[in-house]
Ligand binder design. Sequence first.
Ligand code: ATP
Ligand code: MG
Length: 536
Amino acid sequence: MSEGAAKKEEKPRKFQAVRGTRDLLPPETALWNRVEQTAHEIFSTFGFGEIRLPVFEPTELFARAVGGETDIVNKEMYAFDLHGSFFLEYRRQEIPRYPEELTPAEYEQAIREFLEGIDFALQSERLEKTGENLAVIEETRQAFQALQKSIQSLDLQQKNDGSSWSVEQLNSAEKIKDLAEKIKLGSYAALRPEATASVCRAYIEHGMQQLPQPVKLYYMGPMFRRERPQKGRYRQFYQIGAEVLGGSDAPAIDAEVIEMVMTFFDRLELQGVQLDMNSIGDRNCRPKYVELLRAELLKVKDKLGADSQRRIETNPLRVLDSKLESEQGIIATLPRIADHLCEECAAHYAAVKHQLEMRGVIYRENWRLVRGLDYYMRTTFEITAQGLGSQNAVCGGGRYDGLVELLGGPPTKGIGFAIGEDRLILSLLESGKGAVTTGRDVYIAWMGERAHATAIRAAKDLRKAGFSVELPPVEQKFGKALGQADKLGAKYALILGDNEVSEGLWTLKTLADGSQAKFTEPDLLEHLRRQKALSS
Ligand code: ATP
Ligand code: MG
């Protein structure tokens, strides 16, 4: 290798964010903060409290809640071995299915190493110490000790000869392998693809059914799905969501939750907001509708694309979701769930719409609106906004009365929504409603040791009064300092030189128009306060 090549090799690797993840940087993060702050404010006026949840949970929780047949669970979850017991899995695989593939001595060693690994894992709390697991481990150990004794009675040559296995030894070796397979080595967790399941898990775990019902919770934070990244679709994305758990399923609850999201969007001045409503029935009426839909779809199967054809079997409702141009004409002729709701669901849906009208919430009925997750029933809704292309859904939600029970809790009513914060921000930026004030209020241009001391004190006082202040760490010529102030988008430059300090009169330059004025220290603070009050 040439010296040049060697040097090249030494160059440290440059890292990039993993595909589908991204950094959020200033000044955009100021907008994220504004959005989140607004959510805290609005949601608390509706009596919601914040819940902070773990970012990973048992994989099984999501499989159960979201549904085993969904893409999210089948393809999109980031799951990992919680106990880090890969090495044990490896050692277990080193034990051959057919013992005669090894000599008795080798086989004895393979099992011994596996069991040593198990002991170590038990000591370091890396294995689940359930009674069942401990019992299988003990049984494996005893079976091994018996085999070990029998192997030790062989002479050296036999021990190292693969053909010296007795039938009895082979049988017990195979039994050990079977037992070893039964030991549960780890449990799996997944990065959360959504948070409703976690909120329900927490509701049950903390016995929240004992609290006054309903319990109203909201959350915000990152979610993870292994989807194809594109505009408005990431593998780590952020949701702001809320759930109402327990109490009744009164239609006013559905309507108030929707009113809350709409109030939030309104406060943010989100543009092109469109609320779509539907009811997807319940356990009584939906199955019958789905069967009807399936039967009708089968009649037109040839005219549908491959995806929809597959969904006729797996999840016919999802066909309604199709965006495929060629299918639109056919979908328009399909039976509509609104015409097939049972009496209770129909009454509930009508009442929700009435409640929305009482609250002045404008909606559009969309009979094709279904949700991707299994747990929804009755009220479903989706909100779209402008500037997002085909990923234009900023919020999805609905009622999920059976979910808590499905997760082992008491029968509990539930309704909630999740807002895609990334898309919300994108839409605000596209429509020019994403402006946030950045830059500094005051840039302090100081020169000289005495002025530096005054500048430090001035910065402290201004910051205490809530102004954003840039204090350069080293002395700069005034010209350079003013240029720097401009680049940082400062509103004012406070000029502190020897003259100013000895006179006790400070020069304030307004950068927008270049005007200058002199102030005593208290007057300056007062002046800035007044200006700030005027501009806000
Ligand atoms: P989509 O139709 O975009 O696939 P979804 O039905 O999968 O959405 P939900 O699971 O209901 O969405 O999540 C609620 C909201 O979260 C969506 O409306 C969207 O704004 C946002 N969201 C979902 N997946 C992503 C993602 N991969 N990247 C960014 N935002 C997302
Ligand atoms: Mg999706």
